[in-house]
Design a protein around this ligand. Sequence first.
Ligand SMILES: [Cu+2]
Length: 443
Amino acid sequence: MINRRQFMQRAGGAAAVATAAGSTLLAATIPPKATYTGDGLPPGQPETDYRPVIVPDGVKLPWKIVDGAKVFHLVAEEVQHEIAPGLKITGWGYNGHIHGPLIEAVEGDRIRIYVTNRLPEPTTVHWHGLLVPNGMDGVGGLTQHIIPTGETFRYEFVLRQHGTYMYHPHHDEMLQMALGMMGMFIIHPRTPANPPDRDFAILLSEWRIEPGASRPDPNAMTDFNILTMNAKVYPATSPLVIKTGERVRIRLGNLGAMDHHPLHLHGFQFRVTERDGGVVPEGAQTEEITVLVPVGTTRAIDFVADVPGDWAFHCHMTHHVMNQMGHGSLNLIGVKTQGIDTQVRASLIPGFMSMGQDGEGDMGDMGMPMPKNSIPMLGGQGQYDPITMGGMFTILKVRDNLTSYADPGWYQPPPGTLAVAATESELRRDGIDVTPKTPAQAT
Ligand SMILES: [Cu+2]
C-alpha cells in the first residue's frame, strides 16, 4: 500500500515526463494511467484536486463525506422530461432527471453509492468501465440479486483509475435504457497535469417516440426518431460557450441502443486523448475532425479553441440530425406537392408531412401544423435563415473577451468574412458565366 504523498510523487513524475516530451499546446492534458491499489485516499475536492466538468443541460449527483468515503444516493424512478419545447416524455431516470445525474469523483476516492428502486420492476446499476470487485459490478442475477421495488442496495468500492465512464441498469436493459436510464461517471486523475479550461461531458442516446406519444418505445431496433445529446435535441441543446484560446475537452459517451455516432467538429482539428477511459499516448494522437463513438464506449477529444465563431458540433449521420417528423415520410422530391399535405392530413394521416418539391429546407417552419406532443423534423431559426439541423447537434460559441459563460447570442463575423451573394462585377471580373444553357436551367 502506498500513501497519498508517494502516490502523488509517482503520478506527478510520470506526468512531468509526458509534459517534457509533448510538443503541442495539448501536451499531457490527461496524465498517464496509474492504477491505484490502496484502500482509499482522502476524498478529492473540487477546485483543489480537480477542475469540475460541465454538463450542458444536465446535473451532477451531490455527495457528502462520511468516515472518509464519498456517499452518493441514486434513486431510480419515473421522470417527466422535456426533450425540446413541444416534446415531453414520461420515461425512467434517476433523481428526477433523464439522463441520470453525472457522478464526478477522483481516483483513489472511496465511493459508497446507495441505489433506491422506485420503479415498478427490479433494477440494478452497472458501473460501466470501472474496475470494481466482482460483486459490485451490478449485473442482475450474475453478480448480485436484482434490487426489488422499494429496496435500497449499497455499492462500495475504491476508484482505481481515472477517465470517462458511464453507469446504467443491468436488468431489463433494453427497456430500462430505452426509457432513459443512464448517466456518466467521470473520474479525475489524482494529480491533473494540465487540466483543460473547459471540460464538457455529453452523453449520446437514441429514442423511438411516436408523434403524439409520451412513452418512448423500447421495442425500436432500427427506426429511432429522436437522437439526443444529454437527452436534448437541437434547438434545445445548450451551446458550449468558450473564450477564444481556451483549451477545451469534450467527453462523449454513447449508451444508445443500436447506433454508433461519428461526431464532427467544425472550425478546429482535435486530438482523441482518451478512449474508454484509457489515455491515448501523445505519439498515437493525430489531428482529427470526426470521432466515432460506438455504442457502449466513451471518447475524449481535446483542442484549443483559437478561432471565434459559432461552430457546429454534430453527428454526421444525416438521419441523426433530424427530429421525429423527418422519419418515415414519403419521397416526393421533384413532385409538385402544393395542397397535398393538407388533403392527406384531413382525410388520411393526421400530421402527415411530405418532403417538399424542392427539398426539406422549409420543414423547420414553426408555423406548420404539428401533431400534439411532437417537434418539427428540423432545427430552429438561425440569425440568417432556418437551421436545417435537429437531433444530435449543438453549437460551440467561441468568443473574444467574454465576461461570463452565458449564451452570448449569434456570432457577428468581421466585415468581409461572411459568404454573401456574388455581385455582377465580381462574376465578370473572375470570368464566371452563370447564363442558363438549357431550358431546364432557365426555370
Ligand atoms: Cu449519430
